[in-house]
Ligand binder design. Structure first.
Ligand code: GLA
Length: 371
């Protein structure tokens, strides 16, 4: 049994608990495209947030975490303003409570304890995993998967004030074991694409937390929204390369959409060389056109490729956090070890590398024994 479940059962008592889990994600390709109705290609990963909840009848939602300090205690009717909630991680909980009420779910009081193995602040969507797990504990599974993802995306907006896209929440609920998802962020439809076992997906954390990510993200988003208005298109999904050729931010969005579709084709075709070239082109575009990379992320990408990765790129919002690499599975340990050693020698930073597995999306957790 997952040791987290033992600890949670001890904390809450076994009686009447309902259990759920929701995974984090890594995005193989397609960053800063989701909020322009574009294409993304993430996978749900084998780090997750688990939650156990018991109903209570006094209209309160209380949540504790095995990792984070404090007790979250908010009204189940969504009347607490998420941004004012303390401890600060409770803002995501309060955001979910309010978003579900706005989605016309009946308020549900619960006592819950959660525990997450998704590293915070790394670009692997720890907040989406938490939102999704809490949403399920609050009865969110009555919504369709896409409505649930939209509610959790709204929760993130309420909690942080940052208008993120829907990728993280969608893949957290729709993920499929052994597959990446080609998601059309306009239709919210996802096509699972098998990830051959001969490849490994390696994530390297640069050892630098994401800094200024929220303000820089908001600023990028506002700028590309304004470009779409100026071009007279609903979103940059509808812009042609000719229309954006001289505008680096918009050019990134348009070319990145194209790369995602080509990457999906190359995965189907098993065209390893093309996959690598597309990953590197995506990183170059995020670095040069969208300007969300850092010297550390650039170095990690270079070292991974130098030591034999098929390709690598920063993943998620950028400004620190993680890079993702595709490697031959047979060589992944060697590539990771050599990359980390050189990275430490050149930066003095301790990076961390881990191989992720594509897992199923969020849902009920088989009730742990004794619970
Ligand atoms: C963050 C956001 C996502 C997406 C990525 C960049 O993870 O939450 O919606 O915009 O950045 O691709």
């Amino acid at each position: 049994m997952d040791p987290r479940c033992t600890v949670i059962t001890e904390a809450l008592g076994a009686e009447g608990l309902r259990w759920f889990r929701a995974p984090g994600r890594v995005n193989l390709i397609g960053d800063h495209t989701d909020y322009q109705d574009g294409f993304v290609l993430p996978l749900a990963v084998d780090s997750d947030c688990v939650v156990a909840a018991r109903a209570r009848d006094d209209g309160r939602v209380t949540v504790r975490s095995l990792e984070l300090p404090g007790v979250v205690d908010v009204a189940a009717d969504g009347s607490d303003d998420p941004v004012a909630v303390e401890p600060s991680w409770g803002r995501y909980v309060a955001g979910v409570v309010r978003a579900l009420v706005e989605a016309r779910r009946a308020p549900l009081g619960i006592d819950a304890v959660l525990s997450s193995t998704v590293p915070a602040g790394s670009g692997l969507s720890s907040s989406a995993a938490l939102e999704m797990a809490v949403a399920l504990a609050l009865g969110g599974s009555a919504l369709t998967a896409s409505d649930l993802a939209l509610a959790c995306q709204h929760a993130e907006h309420l909690a942080t004030g940052v208008r993120c896209g829907v990728m993280d929440q969608l893949v957290s609920v729709l993920g499929q074991a052994g597959h990446a998802l080609l998601i059309d962020c306009r239709t919210l439809l996802a096509e699972p694409i098998p990830l051959p076992d001969t490849y490994a997906v390696l994530v390297v954390h640069s050892g630098m937390p994401r800094t200024l990510a929220e303000s820089a993200y908001a600023e990028r988003r506002a700028t590309v929204d304004a470009i779409a208005v100026r071009l007279g298109v609903p979103t940059l999904r509808d812009a042609s390369l000719d229309q954006v050729r001289d505008d680096p931010l918009a050019r990134h969005v348009v070319t990145e959409n194209q790369r995602v579709l080509e990457f999906a084709d190359a995965l189907h075709a098993g065209d390893t060389a093309r996959l690598g070239a597309l990953l590197l082109a995506s990183h170059a575009s995020l670095r040069n056109d969208f300007e969300v990379s850092t010297p550390e992320l650039d170095l990690a990408v270079d070292l991974l490729v130098e030591h034999g990765a098929i390709g690598a790129r920063l993943t998620g919002a950028g400004f620190g956090g993680c890079v993702v690499a595709l490697t031959d599975r047979a060589h992944v340990r060697d590539i990771a070890a050599k990359t980390l050693a050189r990275y430490r020698a050149e930066t003095g930073l301790d990076a961390a590398a881990f191989v992720v597995r594509a897992v199923d999306g969020a849902g009920p957790l088989t009730t742990p024994k004794g619970a």
